[in-house]
Design a protein around this ligand. Structure first.
Ligand code: ATP
Length: 219
């Protein structure tokens, strides 16, 4: 059988149960062979980041990667890739998708994202090319709605509700997935940690312990 491959890109700073549960639901409901979590490389040139030099960028990358490894270690269908991190360049999703497309020319590819990401998707670099190579599978995220014209138009053109469509083509459709929406964000976890408040049950214990041990997000 041709494998169906999910790719879940993000900062994962840190990974949390919102990411993990939505990925598991999608993996099961769409019968995916596996899901590759793809932490982005944080560019030192990116404005608005608290990361100020290459050492701290490198350390932050390692921490995000290590926490992902810990978080998914129990799930045989999940894996983490260091592809974007080791390219050490601004992470454009199209480069990653083209890499996967070359590696798996005959497999349907499924790029996972939350609804907040879909709302900005038409501003992503070469978004049409991304869609030509893969399907988008979008998780509902509490607090976000489709009310803008651009996203409505995007869905009018590309949305499907048919599993058959998704598995009989390599890419090109958008599927809105509804299950277990969890109001959890990495920024909230960073904020709670910074205020010395508990983050239990928002992220797996191994990630919580890692954050404590390495004293992450304290300033
Ligand atoms: P931050 O709070 O720092 O912005 P985040 O929690 O949104 O981070 P990211 O790593 O930026 O996490 O997200 C990676 C991908 O996961 C994005 O497509 C995002 O929409 C999706 N995502 C994040 N949190 C959730 C959630 N609770 N439910 C479903 N999808 C989510």
């Amino acid at each position: 059988m041709t494998p169906s491959i999910g790719i879940f890109g993000g900062s994962f700073n840190p990974v949390h149960h919102g990411h993990l549960r939505s990925a598991l639901d999608i993996c099961q409901d769409l019968n995916l062979t596996k899901i590759t979590f793809m932490p982005t490389f944080v560019s030192p040139h990116k404005s608005g980041k608290q990361l100020i030099n290459n050492d701290s960028v490198q350390r932050n990358n390692e921490h995000r990667f290590n926490m992902l490894k810990l978080a998914i270690s129990d799930c045989v269908k999940f894996e983490v890739s260091d592809y974007e991190m080791t390219r050490k360049d601004i992470s454009f999703t199209i480069n990653t998708i083209e890499h996967f497309r070359n590696k798996h020319p005959n497999s349907p590819l499924f790029f996972l994202m939350g609804l907040d990401s879909l709302l900005s998707f038409t501003r992503w670099h070469r978004w049409q090319d991304i869609l030509s190579h893969c399907h988008l599978v979008v998780s509902h995220r509490p607090g976000y709605d489709i009310s803008d014209e651009q996203t409505t138009q995007l869905l009018n053109t590309y949305q499907t509700t048919s599993m058959q469509d998704l598995h009989s083509s390599l890419g090109g459709a958008i599927y809105l997935h509804q299950a277990h929406p969890l109001q959890i964000s990495s920024s909230n976890i960073r904020e709670l940690t910074n205020k010395a408040q508990a983050i239990s049950y928002l992220t797996p214990p191994a990630v919580e312990n890692y954050i404590k041990k390495h004293q992450l997000y304290l300033s």
